[in-house]
Write a protein that binds this ligand. Structure first.
Ligand code: HPA
Length: 270
């Protein structure tokens, strides 16, 4: 693992990814943040040694290096999901590469369903904690202590300072920002009514199919993490209507401008 990470890191350095400070993972329908970035280099995942190729049509599959609000940033425009058939190690490989490129702060976004029905579709939720229901995780197997500890602490997987900065930013932008717990399910099917009820009982406020593996690896490597869910649908088990992926993407795209404003504001304070 360490060798393949080093290989990818060296390749990216030759392509100009010299001094990144912050990493961003953009979720479904949330690729446009890149328009605010002064681009230095863009590389398809397929061209980076060790990177899997993205199979989801709504994900672009490009690694971007550029400048946002005066900070050097690496952006994953599109991510890898467990339901695509990748291993947990493959999904999280880019996070290991980001850390070895020198990045200590990781911002993650995703499209998620609202389990807490006080949260309305089209709004943003700052993730404070998560529940891993993927029935797997990227740290299974022999631990490489050069990457992180065998038993990483998960008492604060989402950085409290970053969360309080996000709260300040949302306040300044007069943008409603919810707070809650994100549960990760395998997918690719959406959940049944009984599963939504279960998720509510477990204490989840939102549900999606990503983020948790990347956040586990970022914590393993000692990175500071913040994550924002764009709530794309309301998962009311007593009134469940079919949801189309196209609808999820459309709502994500409507809410995207708020997420972009929030990330831009956050960058001015990092
Ligand atoms: N489940 C339900 N609704 C969703 C999801 C999900 O995983 N992602 C986006 N909306």
């Amino acid at each position: 693992m360490e060798n393949s990470v080093e290989y990818a890191v060296n390749y990216l350095k030759t392509r100009g990814f010299i001094a990144p400070q912050i990493g961003i993972i953009l979720g479904t329908g949330l690729g446009k943040l890149v328009d605010s970035v002064k681009l230095i280099e863009t590389i398809s995942y397929g061209d980076i040694p060790g990177f899997p190729e993205s199979t989801v049509e709504s994900h672009a599959g490009r690694l971007i290096y550029g400048e946002l609000q005066g900070k050097m940033v690496v952006i994953m425009q599109g991510r890898f999901h467990f339901y695509e058939g990748y291993s947990m190690q493959q999904i999280t490989f880019p996070v290991r590469v980001m850390k070895k490129l020198g990045i200590n702060t990781l911002l993650v976004s995703n499209a998620a369903g609202a389990i807490n029905l006080n949260l309305k579709k089209g709004s943003l939720m700052c993730i404070h904690d998560h529940i891993n229901l993927l029935a797997n995780n990227p740290l299974i197997g022999k631990n490489d202590t050069s990457l992180g500890p065998r038993f990483p602490d998960m008492s604060k997987p989402y950085c409290p300072q970053l969360i309080s900065t996000l709260i300040k930013c949302a306040h300044k932008l007069q943008l409603p920002l919810h707070h809650g717990v994100y549960a990760a399910m395998q997918g690719p099917m959406l959940e049944t009514a009984a599963e939504y009820r279960m998720l509510r009982t477990l204490g989840a406020d939102a549900v999606g199919m990503s983020t948790v593996p990347e956040v586990i690896v970022a914590n393993h490597m000692g990175m500071n993490v913040a994550a924002i869910s764009v709530l794309t649908d309301e998962c009311d088990p007593d009134n469940l209507k079919p949801v189309e992926l196209a609808e999820i993407i459309a709502v994500a795209q409507q809410a995207e401008k708020d997420m972009i404003a929030l990330f831009n504001e956050l960058f001015t304070l990092l």
